[in-house]
Write a protein that binds this ligand. Structure first.
Ligand code: CA
Length: 359
C-alpha cells in the first residue's frame, strides 16, 4: 500500500462564550487536521498542532508505505506538531487495513471504558464567578464524573477562595485537580499551593513553565501533593529531564502535540522506567479524543494494585463543535466513563460537512 495524497484542514470554531485560563482568554477553538489517502482506497485522519509542509508531503509521505511509522517519524522529526497529525492518520490507516482498532495494534487494552475527569471550571465573565464555578462543578458530580479539574493561577485571593468553594460544592468524595497553566513562578506556586493543599487536591498541574526542571523539583519537594505537567512538550527528548530528574509525579503528554502514537509510546516507556505516572492531556477535536482513548486504553496501571489510582481521561467539558460534531458518532461520557471506540483504526467517521463548515 502506498500513500497517494495528503490534505490538510485548519479548523476554527468561534466560541459562544469566551473563557480564560491563567494565561489569557480563549475566543476560538482550532484544530489542524490531516487526511491521508492511499492507493488501497483507505483514508486516515489525524490531528496535530501544525500542518506538514509541501516538501514533507512530497518527500516523506507521497509514495511511502503507511505502515512505516518509525521511519516516517524519524524523517519528520523537525516538525513534531505536524508529525503528530500524520502519525495518528497512519495508525488510522493501518487499523482500517488490518480491520483492528488502534488499541489492539498497540498491544491490547487494559480498559475499554475509561474513567473521566470533567475538565472545565475556567474563569468566565460572570457577575459571581464563585457561584458559577460551584454550580458548574456540581453539575459534573451530578453527571457521574469521579473527578473534576479547575483552572487556577489567577492570583492567591482568587485561587484560595474558589478552590475552597468548589471543594465545598463537590463534597469529599470527588477527586479534585487544579491547573495553573504555567501562570506562576516557583515562589508563588509554592505559596498558593500551601494555601490550597488543605482542600485535598489530587494533583497540581503546570504550576510553572514546562521546561524549568529545577523549579518543578523545588515545588515537588516543598508541597505534599502530586505535581503534573508536560502537555506542551514535543518529542521524547523534551520530556527526558523532567521525567528522569523526577520533576513530576504525573506526566501529561498530548498525542497531537508530543508526536502521535509512535512517539508517545516511547515517552510512556521512559516514564514507566522512571516510575512516573502517565495521564494523557486532551484538548482538541473528535480525532484527538479518539486517538487519546486508544492510547490511554493501552497504558497499564502502575503499580498494579487491587485498587489502583485510576487512569483518568481528560474530558473537555467546554463548548466545542470540533469535538462534539466532527465525528459522525459523538464520543460522550456516560456516568463518568468514556468507551474506547471499537471500529477499525481510530473508530470514528469524520463528518465532512462539519469539516468544511469550520475549515
Ligand atoms: Ca492543562
Amino acid at each position: 500500500m502506498k500513500i497517494t495524497d495528503v490534505k490538510t484542514y485548519n479548523l476554527r470554531y468561534p466560541l459562544l462564550e469566551p473563557f480564560a485560563n491563567s494565561r489569557g482568554w480563549t475566543k476560538t477553538r482550532t484544530a489542524s487536521v490531516v487526511e491521508i489517502s492511499t492507493d488501497a482506497g483507505i483514508t486516515g485522519w489525524g490531528e496535530g498542532i501544525s500542518t506538514p509542509s509541501a516538501s514533507a508531503i512530497q518527500t516523506h509521505l507521497i509514495g511511502q508505505s503507511p505502515f512505516e511509522t518509525e521511519r516516517i517519524s524519524e524523517a519528520m522529526r523537525g516538525n513534531i506538531g505536524a508529525l503528530s497529525g500524520v502519525d495518528i492518520a497512519l495508525w488510522d490507516i493501518i487499523g482500517k487495513a488490518l480491520d483492528m482498532p488502534i488499541y489492539q495494534l498497540l498491544g491490547g487494552a487494559f480498559r475499554l471504558k475509561i474513567p473521566a475527569y470533567a475538565s472545565g471550571l475556567f474563569k468566565k465573565d460572570k457577575p459571581d464567578i464563585t457561584q458559577a464555578l460551584m454550580d458548574e462543578a456540581k453539575r459534573y458530580v451530578d453527571a457521574g464524573f469521579p473527578a473534576v479539574k479547575m483552572k487556577i493561577g489567577f492570583g492567591k485571593a482568587y485561587d484560595v477562595k474558589n478552590v475552597a468553594a468548589v471543594r465545598h460544592a463537590i463534597g469529599d468524595g470527588t477527586l479534585f485537580a487544579v491547573d495553573a497553566n504555567c501562570g506562576y513562578d516557583v515562589g508563588t506556586a509554592i505559596d498558593v499551593g500551601q494555601k490550597i493543599l488543605g482542600y485535598d487536591l489530587f494533583w497540581y498541574e503546570e504550576p510553572i513553565t514546562s521546561d524549568d526542571v529545577a523549579g518543578y523539583r523545588e515545588i515537588r519537594n516543598a508541597l505534599n501533593v502530586r505535581i503534573a505537567g508536560g502537555e506542551m512538550l514535543q518529542g521524547r527528548w523534551a520530556f527526558r529531564d523532567l521525567i528522569q530528574k523526577r520533576g513530576l509525579d504525573i506526566v501529561q503528554p498530548d498525542i497531537s502535540i508530543a508526536g502521535g502514537f509512535t512517539e508517545c509510546r516511547k515517552i510512556a516507556a521512559m516514564a514507566s522506567a522512571n516510575y512516573v505516572r502517565v495521564l494523557p492531556h486532551m484538548w482538541g477535536s473528535s480525532i484527538r479524543l479518539a486517538a487519546t482513548l486508544h492510547w490511554q486504553a493501552t497504558l497499564p496501571d502502575a503499580p498494579q494494585a487491587l485498587n489502583p489510582i485510576p487512569s483518568l481521561l481528560e474530558f473537555d467539558m467546554t463548548e466545542n463543535r470540533l469535538r462534539t460534531a466532527l465525528a459522525q458518532e459523538p464520543i460522550n461520557a456516560v456516568d463518568g466513563y468514556v468507551d474506547v471506540p471499537q471500529a477499525p483504526g481510530l473508530g470514528i467517521e469524520v463528518n465532512r460537512e462539519v469539516l468544511q463548515q469550520y475549515a
